[in-house]
Structure formats: C-alpha cells, structure tokens
Design a binder for this molecule. Sequence first.
Ligand SMILES: *Cc1c(COP(=O)(O)O)cnc(C)c1O
Length: 363
Amino acid sequence: MTQLPIRKDLIGRSPYGAPQIDVPIRLNTNENPFGPSPELVAELAKVVSDLGSELNRYPDRDATELRADLATYLNSESQVNLTAKNIWPANGSNEVMQQLLQLFGGPEKSLVTFDPTYSMYEDYCRNTFTKYLSVSRNKDFTINQKVIDSALALNPDIIVLTSPNNPTGTVIEFSDIDYLLRNFAGVLIVDEAYAEFRPVDSPSALSKLDSNPGLIVARTMSKAFSFAGARIGYVAASPEVVEAIQLVRLPYHLSTVTQALARAALRFSDQLQSQVNLLRQERDDLAIWFENVGFDVAPSGANFLLFGTFADRNLVWEQLVEQGVLIRQTGPDGWLRVSIGTPEENLAFKTALLHVTNRTNGK
Ligand SMILES: *Cc1c(COP(=O)(O)O)cnc(C)c1O
C-alpha cells in the first residue's frame, strides 16, 4: 500500500515532538531538574514490590484513594476545600485535557486559546473534531479585558486559559479571571501546569471553583513534582464535571502502579517546597541576567523563561546544541525558551549563550 488509509485530516501532519537529543544539559521540556530524592526512590520501590502480587487484577477504576490524596494536596497548596469528588486524574494532564475535549468538544463546538500558548490544545481539538480558534495576546504576552472581549466575540463553547502560560510564563491577573467568569457561560479550563512556581502573591483559579460550576482547573505532577516520567495529571472541578468525564474515560485508564507511585510522591510533597523555591530564585536571577546582558525576557511565573530576540533563532539553537545545551525553539518568531535547571546547568547555559552570541556578562 503506498498510502495508509488514515483519516483525511491526519494526512501529512507530524506528531507532537520536542526533540529528545542526548546532550549533557537538557533545558527544553520544563522538567524539574532535580530527580526524586533517595528516600522517595526507596519508597517507590517498596510500593511497587508491595503491589506486584495484585497486578493480575484491574486497577481501582475510580482511583478513589489517589483522588482523595490529590484533594488533600491542593487544599494545603492553595488553601481550598476540595474532596475526592472534585478531582479526576489521568496519564498526564494531556490525557485529562483530551478527555475534557471528548466530553465538551466535538463537531459544531469550538475552543479559543490566547496565542502564543501551548501547542497541544490544537491537537486535542483536532483529535476530537473541535474547531480550534485563538486570539492574540498583547505584545507583552499579557491578557486584558480587551483581549478577553475578542475571545468572547468568537462565541466559543470552551475557553482555555493557561496560567502561568507556556511558552511565555505570563501569569493571569485575578481581575481578568473574574471578568471572564462573569462574562462567559461556557466551559472555562484554566491550565495550571506550572502553578507551584507562580509568585507567592498570585492565587490559583482553584479558589474560584466553588462559585463557578463551569470552571475546570488542570494540574500536573510532571513539572514541580519531578514526576514527568510517571505520567500523572489531574483536574479539579465540580463533582458534576468529574462524574461526566466517566462517560469518555477508558475503563481502567490509570494503572495500579501509576496510582500507587503518585500517592507515594504526594507523601513527599513537603520536600518539594525547598526545590520549588530554589528554582523560582534561579528563574528570577536568570531573568535579571538576561536583561543585564541585553536580551529581552518575558516576565515568568513558571520554571522557564522566554528570551530573545534573534534574527535567526534556529542558528542560536543549533549552536547551543553544539555546546551541549538543549533548549526549545517555540513561541513567536525570534524567541527561544529555556527551562530552569540546577544552578550548575543554568551557569553552563549562560556561558554557552554568551559564547554563541558573542556577548559578555554585563553588556
Ligand atoms: C507541561 C505541560 C502540561 C503537562 O502535561 P503532562 O501531560 O501532565 O505531562 C500541561 N499543560 C501545559 C501548558 C504544559 O506546559
């Protein structure tokens, strides 16, 4: 067969893919650079060994214990009052997002995002035959009422707001979330994949769940939790939304092992805080460094920075790879994104960037 008989709209498309290149310094996918602690690693091994003899059985389809633990975590992280009924986990927030689109999207439905933003939203729409629309953020990547009005004017069924936004790091103002909630009767998904890195004085949209049944907040253990390899993401929403998701989830979608590993990691969530604080500090230091050296940098509440601008960003990216540093070509033309690494990795990145751009520290 010369041409596989695949769906027409998939012909010629390429799969999502950040390059996975084996270089010493990998700062391209916003992972936490610190692996799980030795204590947690020991706990993970014990957990898997304890449940090994039960793997002939299907997992708890409702993931009840994990949902309760995630609610407890969010309650302390964001001072809210959620229960297991408010939480739904899946294999990464990517999977929960796709479930949400299977449920709320579909032919004749549309979704709006604020561009530039995470490229996967378009893929979820494509996979579920949902119409994908976007409106532009302001030049400085912020959103205000005018930008929101232009999104509302498209009359979407779903709005996805990412805060802190990927790839820009921009944090939404609370007054703007309120404005959206007051003026939009559809499904508002706030993607808070980077919430743990947000500035201390900016609250989470979780605090708005009680009074807004159409609001859904997506979180993940892939970023702050150093757990990207385990694949656990989740949403917090009204119990009605969580119940409705059951219509589209695959049976037993979350393995017994995944559920147990996630619960173990949550038991160590206190250990995270010092790492998160360090990464925040490194981010703020690196942002100041970019400015001092003469680059533009977008204010970020996440564990990455968008910086630029370059006449040929591909060239800078390639030369960094040659220096053993992998970052990401994403966002508007001319900009590059770097994930915050360990202090040693950040230093190596800065040295390599100065080298390939012929700049020196302090202008
Ligand atoms: C990394 C990221 C996610 C997380 O995806 P997982 O499937 O949970 O690993 C979700 N949303 C955004 C905007 C991200 O950058």
